[in-house]
Design a protein around this ligand. Structure first.
Ligand code: FAD
Length: 498
């Protein structure tokens, strides 16, 4: 039960610098923080699409939005457009917005399903403000209107931005490669990191942000890994940056291909592109050539191959070490959830911080919450692969036929039978998210709640059309996304962009 005064963060990617920024801002005078990173090893350099929870985390860090956007060349994101997922030629947007208006008895999609049965109503997305704004390339924030959004950001600049904030608050950065991790001979607790220079960095609590290698949590403490590749079979990605060739769209594109999918993330100064694929079905050379054929702008970098194994560490907190980011496990970036998982992990750490020493019940609770969060997100991502009509390639046949976790199988069965959807406590994805993705992936409910029948046909038609019109009128007033960026937060000042 040694008191925790010195915190050592191993690794300076997005996870490491987010940890430094959050702990220095919130726990500043209570702990001494140092961060060890190696320029020679570098960071994974991807991770550029986020979800709306980033806004509240930035508030916690006292980050000014305009300053952050200029420094990271960020753009705004209203959702993700999924192309070729339910079937070849399909397209839908999973937006961050609310769809229609829910009642206490049930959600809006029950009214919409009733209208479809009667032959009117249009698309479900017609009733979502954020989705319509995304489709029309429009965006604005203001104190008067509320809009649910996130960002696309440059990962390397983001780490640099957080580093400047952290160092200004007293975080000590140590450059060097960690070669050995020292442990207490009896307890096995980590006592220090030894660097290639011979220097020792001692601490009471160690945060492992060393990326996929998990140098502390796995290579030293050997907690083990739960492999989820039988549910999420992609295991490789190729990332390439290109010049922008059109105004930035306010959404991410996720385009399914023969053995995975491809992303397109528009930033102010460039576009991030990548292929996610399973190397049992497509080799890296084939994926590389497909990626280069499909990109729009001139490549600015060589495609970079990243290998990964989907899954999670059995425990993310072991002894006096807490793993964050890629060292804690990995879910592919289809719903842009990894940075969120770092942020939620940090929030929990600050709430449960072991000032008086490591306590086993606290450690268990922390691990249990981390497991639940990741499993729920995992199910949502598997849904995109499982619920497909595609049979055109062996990869999609496999996905369509694979067994899924019971928790997901039950959700799908419930929706198919009754159109009912729920959100469990502490679950990230909202009912609207599940509905948009389930319908977008062509799951057709056999029944729906009959509250829609309480309205007459004409009354329902009028209610839907007035909702649709009010959204269209509001969207007309919005500026174009690119114009809003140019006016509000264009990254044109070189001194803040470095
Ligand atoms: P890294 O960036 O790998 O950083 C590791 C750090 O540890 C580096 O500073 C390195 O130098 C240091 N280090 C390692 N070993 C040593 C050593 N021996 N000595 C000293 N230092 C060491 N997330 C999202 O939220 N949205 C996305 O759109 C998204 N897209 C992704 C796409 C792909 C293909 C992949 C693979 C991931 C994606 N992610 C995404 C996840 C996201 O990239 C990571 O969660 C995020 O970058 C955090 O990485 P990290 O800091 O844990 O690891």
């Amino acid at each position: 039960m040694q008191q925790i005064k010195k915190v050592v963060i191993a690794g300076g990617g997005t996870a490491g610098w987010l940890a430094a920024a959050a702990l220095s801002k919130q726990l500043g005078p209570l702990v001494e923080i140092s961060l060890v990173e190696s320029d020679a090893i570098g960071t994974v350099g991807v991770g550029e699409a986020t979800i709306p929870t980033i806004l509240s985390f930035h508030q916690l860090l006292g980050i000014s939005e305009a300053e952050f956007i200029r420094a990271t060349q960020a753009t705004f994101k209203l959702g993700i457009a999924f192309e070729n997922w339910g079937d070849l030629g399909d397209r839908y947007i999973h937006s961050f917005g609310q769809v229609g208006k829910a009642t206490w008895m049930g959600e809006f999609h029950h009214f919409w399903l009733r209208a479809k049965e009667l032959g009117f109503g249009g698309g479900l997305g017609d009733y979502c403000y954020e989705l319509q704004a995304a489709e029309q390339g429009k965006f604005a924030t203001s104190e008067k209107s509320s809009i649910n959004y996130a960002y696309h950001l440059d990962a390397t600049r983001y780490a640099g931005f957080l580093r400047r904030q952290s160092e200004a608050r007293g975080v000590k950065r140590v450059e060097g490669k960690i070669t050995t991790v020292q442990q207490h001979p009896e307890s096995g607790f980590i006592t220090a990191l030894t660097l290639d220079s011979g220097r020792q960095v001692e601490g009471d609590l160690f945060i492992d942000c060393t990326g996929f290698s998990g140098m502390l949590i796995e290579q030293t403490l050997g907690v083990g890994y739960e492999d989820w590749t039988h549910w999420l079979p992609t295991n490789s990605a190729l990332a390439v940056q290109t010049e922008s060739s059109a105004p930035a769209k306010p959404y991410t594109r996720a385009i399914a291909h023969e053995a995975g999918w491809r992303w397109q993330i528009p930033l102010q100064h460039r576009v991030g592109n990548g292929m996610v694929f399973c190397d049992h079905y497509q080799n890296a050379e084939q994926a590389r050539s497909e990626l280069l054929k499909s990109i729009d702008g001139r490549p600015l970098t060589e495609p970079r191959l990243i290998r990964y194994k989907t899954g999670r560490r059995h425990r993310v907190w072991e002894k006096n070490c807490i793993a964050l980011g890629l060292s804690s496990g990995f879910l592919e970036p289809l719903e842009s959830t990894s940075i969120h998982l770092i942020m939620i992990g940090l929030t929990r750490l600050m709430q449960m911080f072991p000032f008086s020493g490591i306590s086993v019940p606290v450690l268990h609770r922390f691990n249990e919450q981390a497991r639940e969060e990741m499993e729920k997100i995992r199910d949502f991502i598997i849904l995109h692969y499982k619920a497909t009509q595609r049979e055109d390639t062996p990869f999609w046949k496999f996905c369509r036929e694979m067994e899924v976790p019971d928790s997901l199988a039950q959700r799908i069965a419930l929706f198919e039978e009754s159109a009912l959807v729920h959100r469990n406590a502490d679950e990230l994805f909202r009912v609207d998210s599940w509905v948009q993705v389930m319908l977008g992936q062509r799951i057709e409910p056999r029944a729906y709640h009959h509250m829609g029948r309480l309205m007459g046909k004409e009354q329902l038609r009028q209610a839907l059309s007035s909702l649709k019109n009010s959204i269209s009128t509001a969207i007309e007033k919005l500026p174009r996304h690119q114009d809003f960026i140019d006016r509000y937060c264009k990254a044109d000042a070189p001194e803040v962009c470095r």
